[in-house]
Design a protein around this ligand. Structure first.
Ligand SMILES: *[C@@H]1O[C@H](CO)[C@@H](O)[C@H](O)[C@H]1NC(C)=O
Length: 127
């Protein structure tokens, strides 16, 4: 009787898990920073199961915390807390772009993504 109960419950478990879908807790916001200062693009996820990466103008920056070819970029990540903030130090005009935090699909979870525009204001423009 108990076995029957447990076995009949098994197909229901994925449906229960679906209620705990990964979703954004904090999405990156459009940001304006002065050239030479730091930019922090935030991305935090509830119930994180997929792999997270940032893209810059559609170009994938990869899954590691340091990004080859982008020494000023780092991902301040805490997987257990679902935190994947992208920090750009000494911002320059080259960083002025559209960024996207992408959370990959995983069992019973679809991919999610959120965009933010980083605008870097040239120092000389203000002078
Ligand atoms: C910041 O970047 C500029 C070039 O964009 C460079 O000349 C300067 O040395 C850098 N400053 C630091 C603290 O890395």
């Amino acid at each position: 009787m108990f076995r029957f109960f447990v076995c009949s419950l098994v197909p229901v478990i994925p449906m229960l898990l679906c209620n705990a879908q990964q979703k954004f807790r904090i999405v990156p916001r459009d940001l304006q920073v002065l050239e030479g200062t730091e930019a922090l693009l935030r991305c935090e996820i509830y119930n994180l199961v997929g792999a997270v990466q940032w893209t810059k103008d559609g170009f994938a920056l990869g899954f590691s915390h340091t990004i080859p070819g982008y020494p000023r970029y780092s991902v301040l990540a805490d997987k257990n807390q679902g935190i994947y903030n992208l920090r750009i130090s000494n911002a320059s005009i080259e960083d002025d772009a559209e960024y996207q935090c992408q959370v990959g699909p995983a069992k019973f979870n679809s991919a999610i993504r959120a965009n933010a525009r980083l605008t870097v204001i040239c120092k000389y423009y203000l002078a």
